[in-house]
Design a protein around this ligand. Structure first.
Ligand code: NAI
Ligand code: MG
Length: 353
């Protein structure tokens, strides 16, 4: 009997829609040649839906998603709808309801692409960012006071729990054991005098449980500079929600750009669905032109296959992407070419066959 996985697809807005179509083509082909199938159900949850109905997703949205084996998200966000609406109306509720406390963001300089850092090769630029995905600086606690008055002020609180910090740091150490055995923690304990010393304390506690893993910590500003100047000294980078968000765009930029960077919102217990998406957003500046690079979304699809246990199919998808990039004849404009999203997607499908 062939296994079938139920996948919820949420293309969202802008280029999220274009890149999801291409990634699905690739994943369906990979599934067919590995004897399993993906049973997709598409949801139109988006900013467009918000402008029509006043909500990004229906009230029972989370409950409906909970019945799937995985969630495949394009990107949400569109001019006219404030970004906090798209973030707090869909992304953050899903991440939190499904305990997707790990945001895993692998970064690699792929063959055939030019790094913003000239002269670097693929083996010098490979790291993974383990971003805390459920608490930290992204919190609803706070408020706006004395609105419109001269003494107006806002408070935006961060939330760091022992359980939350321990589990993300432990995940990073476990991951490091399967890679080069190096973990770097992003801190800022000089400026954030409550949350970051607590983070550092737990990092030190957990690192003592892993004597074989090389552990170090680095202030996030210095770490940003190091990602550019000496990226070869980094492998697993563990960071809070905000720091991890910023560092992963930087890491994407020093490799092939945002069009290449995938991301997984992972519930490591597997009891609830995980969600896979590109790091990039809906790119309104190029939306509707059919020229977005689908590689990030395709690689997010490979992470989905890996999570489902279809490791060989996931490897095939990655290899097909690398083959097309290395050949360099089909490239979207961000890679220096003139090809469309669909042409690059089709080239990856062809490389799989
Ligand atoms: P963005 O990632 O959408 O775009 C930044 C720049 O990178 C743009 O110049 C864009 O053209 C380029 N770019 C991004 N992906 C590309 C691709 N696949 N191929 C070629 N070029 C690509 O970030 P921005 O402009 O800050 O945000 C736009 C909207 O997306 C906002 O509404 C934001 O809230 C939302 N957003 C949503 C995310 C999500 O759904 N997870 C993540 C980040 C932003
Ligand atoms: Mg981001």
């Amino acid at each position: 009997m062939t296994s079938s996985y139920r996948i919820a697809s949420i293309p969202g807005d802008g280029i999220g829609v274009d890149v999801t179509v291409e990634a699905r083509k690739v994943l369906d082909r990979a599934a067919a040649s590995h004897g399993f199938s993906l049973s997709w159900q598409e949801f139109d949850w988006s900013c467009e839906r918000y402008t029509k109905t006043g909500s990004m997703m229906p009230d029972d949205g989370i409950e409906r998603l909970s019945r799937f084996d995985g969630i495949f998200l394009g990107a949400v966000g569109f001019p006219g709808v404030p970004d906090h609406v798209s973030l707090w109306g869909l992304l953050i509720p899903v991440r939190r309801a499904f305990g997707q406390y790990v945001n895993l963001r692998p970064v690699r300089l792929l063959p055939g692409t030019t790094s913003a850092l000239a002269g670097r090769s693929a083996d010098e630029l490979e790291m993974v960012i383990v971003r805390e995905n459920s608490e930290g600086e992204y919190s609803e606690i706070g408020g706006r006071h004395n609105r419109g008055l001269g003494n107006e002020f806002v408070l935006q609180e961060s939330v760091f729990t022992r359980v939350g910090v321990e589990r993300i740091i432990r995940y990073a150490f476990e991951l490091a054991k399967t890679r080069t055995g190096r973990v770097c923690s992003a801190t800022k304990s000089n400026g954030l005098i409550h949350s970051m010393p607590f983070w550092d304390e737990i990092f030190a506690e957990i690192s003592s449980e892993y004597p074989d893993v090389h552990a170090e910590q680095c202030h996030v500003d210095a770490l940003a500079a190091r990602m550019v100047q000496a990226p070869d000294r980094l492998d697993v980078v563990v960071a809070s929600n905000l720091f991890g968000d910023i560092l992963s765009d930087l890491a994407a930029a020093v490799t092939g750009g945002l069009g290449m960077a995938p991301s997984g919102n992972i519930n490591p217990t597997g009891e609830l669905p995980s969600m896979f998406e590109a790091v990039h957003g809906s790119a309104p500046d190029i939306a509707g032109q059919g020229i977005a690079n689908p590689v990030a979304q395709i690689l997010a699809g490979a992470m989905l296959l890996e999570h489902l246990g279809e490791t060989v199919a996931a490897q095939d998808v990655r290899a097909a992407v690398e083959k097309v990039l290395e050949e360099g004849t089909v490239q979207t404009p961000d890679l220096g070419g003139k090809s469309t999203t669909a042409e690059l997607g089709s080239a990856v499908v062809a490389a799989l066959s």
